[in-house]
Design a protein around this ligand. Sequence first.
Ligand code: NAP
Length: 548
Amino acid sequence: MTTSTVATKAADMQGKVTTFDAVVIGAGVAGMYQLYRLRQQGLKVVAIEAGSAVGGTWYWNRYPGARVDSQAYIYQYWFSEELAKEWNWSERFPAQPETEAYLNFIADRCDLRKDIRFNTRVVGARFDEATNRWQIRTDAGEVLDAKYFVSCAGMLSAPLTSTFPGQETFKGPIFHTARWPKEPVQLAGKRVGVVGTGATGIQVIQTIASQVGHMKVFMRTPQYIIPMRNHKYGDSDRAAQKEGFQDMRQRVQRTFAGFDYDFAGDSFYDMTPEARRELMEKVWADGSLSFWLTLYPEMFTDQKVNDEVSEFVREKMRERIKDPVLAEKLIPTSYGFGTHRVPLETQFLEAFLRPNVEIVDVKASPIVCVTPEGVKTADGKIHELDVLILATGFDAGSGALTRMDIRGRGGRSLTEDWNKDIRSTMGLMVNGYPNLFTTAAPLAPSAAFCNMTTCLQQQVDWVTDCIQYMESHDLKVIEPTKETEDKWVEHHDEIANATLVTKTDSWYMGSNVDGKPRRLLSYIGGVGTYRQKCDEVTASSYAGFRMR
Ligand code: NAP
């Protein structure tokens, strides 16, 4: 290497500095919309996207069987009726390629790609108190200087890919579901291991069971499930959806979880057991998450109510699994229904009736490591495999941000702060990190308890309004005060701790990641309530936020 190339490389490492009004992380559902809204305001904006195309979750999660479980007509953007009327969903719960195609259609029609840097990852950012601006570093060695730094990095975008020691020694391929290759993966006739039976593992297992030679499902915690009732849409369905666009747009903003359905309003205790049974049968037959999110609000707080619903679901599962030994493995008893994410499924239980599918109980005998031949469990057995699939989930909510080196006032580190205690102001901003806005971050419904498109658009709209306010009032900095943040965290915890959700281990509580502080990641006071609280902040010209 010549002296001049060394000098050039050194200069590259320091990074070329480009100036923007706003830098957005991510080009998924939220990032695309944030880019669109800020660009509409006339700001100079760039979105930084690690993938090679738009889509976020729907770009990365292309594993077999990946499918949305919100109904298509509410899993969409609301900013343009024209675009909504142009797009035709093919079925109630579309598969990943269709949702990815929809997001590409929006990117095309809004001409978003010209302001997105693909194949680029934000690795760190520092707030400069002298200039009141963020310096954001990418893995391309570039520094982006911006007044506003908006994270649309996603709540489930930090996959737990290195779960077991020895993974690097395995002779075959290992795929984490959120890093599934674009090229076809040959599973036919292979000995395949799947670790994990969350919403993802379930979709994978039910889809590949009939394709693989033999499948070992390494199962630690069985899941309550709801059978998905999917169906193709006809022209009349689509016409009705388009006709109802404005009503639906209003409706989803005010329900408990951002879906079009909501609690019926009947109290569990005002109903006879027969009436409750009738209600459960009726809602169960809908084959959607409505069984989880519309029965009775008390199901989330009252053990007796939860027990009755849990037993109903167990009964439904037992009807499908007659073998008592298998039923014991597949039907949960150690936690209550709906206290973590409930998956929709299609013939998931029946997959285990196939002769080529086997459960390995890794609660009784945990996975110790991966060896060149397969997976070794604590009983000393080596489970020989050709392919290993990790459906082991994510460092949810906070992981996308803590994996970057984000430094706020006085050089404080968001990673260090959140490794001690995960706090935020409404999931939208964090005290100590001026002009940093976050979507899908902890302590907002968008961290879990929401139809994501509803909540992400609401948060992007809030951020956009806030930035517009700052620009029109010639303000340089906004930051929630410590008191405001403390009040929000206290309010969040009070609601969360009254629920049964906090008693169950899952990614909702951060308990799937060693050492992660335990707190319900998602605000559970309801999407409508949350929106109202956000709107109050805007209406008060940001009371509780320091602006100058
Ligand atoms: P997850 O719910 O966190 O499930 C991870 C699974 O891996 C669990 O079964 C877990 O067992 C298991 N696991 C992790 N580490 C393990 C270990 N060391 N040994 C054995 N088992 C281990 O992750 P996910 O299934 O990817 O789902 C995450 C979220 O993505 C969902 O809750 C949902 O919000 C979203 N999602 C949505 C859709 C959709 O809309 N259709 C589809 C898929 C996913 P334990 O339970 O015992 O920890």
